[in-house]
Design a protein around this ligand. Structure first.
Ligand code: ADP
Ligand code: MG
Length: 389
């Protein structure tokens, strides 16, 4: 079992706190974004992976409408009623659980409360999506407890709605889908037009380093919105210029971009080239993985970062420094910023035998430039969310 020690700790804490064994237990992992940056809202493609860090949620039915919920890492308890699920301003971790419960209750009436406890080992707020993991293990555990069956995409949307309505984060669906669909040694390839996904073999010769710079640049929301607007403006332009239907940048190829970009400002044209190029890189990446060509896949990751840096301008000094350092480290196959950009993390593709030395080299190179090291975690594509008991 992945994360067996966390599971054992969860059981110990559940028994100590509630004086019995839980009726159900579910597990959900965090995720990394591997290739396909800012493609989701352009209805394009993303490569992601579920990771070998995750969260367990254990629960039993309670005798009334009352719910007790314990954050096992903090050993803090909150209480609320299933008949009045509202977001809370304190102990905000409960909002991910409440939002997910509210989503399930929207599918079928919840008959009673629960005694719940969750515990995990995903670093919080570091771009590995501990929040989606919490929603997905909650959804699976409480769905099982109450006999509410939903398919994966519905559960992912319940988690997304919990983020929007209860946690105040306007996220897409990538985090939840990746947590649900991941498999050991495989990447998840999602088509964000149809929300259809498949997994693709990555093999034993690959793992990732997630390098969190903790950099957070001002105006992140503003910059995100202007990027989105530029993509929409470009899509409207190509819809007029091209003969085939264009409802999003997904429908435009790089070749078409080069011919029909005239009439767009240089900035808007460059912004559009990023998700268009990313879509092509994801599709190319799938072909390379099918042939077992990891070095080729790594080069696409470097290209992706270059496109972020030059065309989309969602990189920053800290992220560029990690990618530049990665290029010089033996055994590193690829590196790019992961997630929205303007700070945050870099994902690095490396052979598992080089992971340890590359981690140290990256942290040192970062410290030499910025005075303190970036945090590096070794990540393996691992099993997706599932019921444990
Ligand atoms: P990320 O999803 O990248 O880790 P977020 O800010 O979206 O960052 O979510 C982090 C929040 O999720 C935490 O601040 C906390 O409220 C909640 N959370 C997730 N997992 C746990 C956990 N195991 N224990 C307590 N809180 C958790
Ligand atoms: Mg999150």
């Amino acid at each position: 079992m992945v994360n067996e020690s966390v599971y054992n700790e969860l059981m110990k804490k559940y028994r100590a706190h509630y004086g019995r064994d839980p009726e159900v237990i579910a597990y959900a992992p965090g995720r990394i974004e591997v290739l396909g940056n800012h493609t989701d809202y352009n209805e394009g493609f993303v490569f992601s992976a579920a990771i070998n860090y995750g969260t367990f949620f254990a629960a039993s039915k309670s005798a009334s409408k009352a719910c007790r919920l314990v954050a096992g890492d903090l050993m803090k308890e909150v209480a609320f009623d299933v008949t009045g699920i509202e977001a809370s301003k304190t102990d905000t971790w409960q909002n991910y659980v409440k939002g997910t419960l509210a989503g399930l209750a929207g599918v079928k009436a919840v008959p009673c409360g629960f005694d719940g406890l969750f515990l995990g080992n995903i670093p919080l707020g570091s771009g590995l999506s501990s929040s989606a993991a919490l929603e997905m293990c909650t959804g699976l555990a409480l769905g099982k407890l109450y006999g509410i069956t939903v398919d994966d995409v519905t559960l992912a949307k319940i988690g997304q709605k919990a983020e929007h309505m209860y946690a105040g984060c306007k996220c897409g669906l990538l985090d939840q889908i990746s947590s649900l669909a991941g498999q050991a040694g495989r990447l998840v390839k999602t088509d964000f037009r149809t929300v259809a996904y498949e997994t693709v073999e990555m093999g034993e010769a690959a793992c990732f380093l997630m390098c969190n710079t903790h950099a957070k640049h001002a105006l992140v929301d503003g910059a995100y919105n202007t990027r989105r607007e530029a993509c929409e403006q470009a899509a409207a332009h190509f819809a007029k210029e091209l003969r085939h239907p264009v409802t999003a940048l997904r429908d435009v190829s790089m070749a078409e971009w080069a011919i029909y970009k005239r009439g767009l400002s240089d900035t808007v044209a460059n912004r559009a080239a990023h998700p268009i190029g990313e879509d092509e890189r994801v599709l190319k990446g799938a072909e390379l993985l099918a042939k077992g060509d990891l070095p080729g896949f790594g080069l696409l990751m470097f290209d992706s970062h270059e496109s972020s840096r030059v065309l989309f301008e969602n990189s920053c000094e800290e992220l560029d420094a990690v990618v530049d350092a990665a290029k010089k480290i033996p055994g590193v196959l690829g590196a790019r910023l992961s997630g929205g950009g303007f700070g945050g993390s870099v994902v690095v593709l490396v052979h598992p035998r080089d992971a340890e030395t590359a981690s140290i080299a990256l942290a040192n190179a970062y410290a030499a430039k910025f005075g303190k090291p970036c945090d590096v975690s070794v990540i393996k594509p691992a099993a997706g969310a599932h019921i444990v008991k």
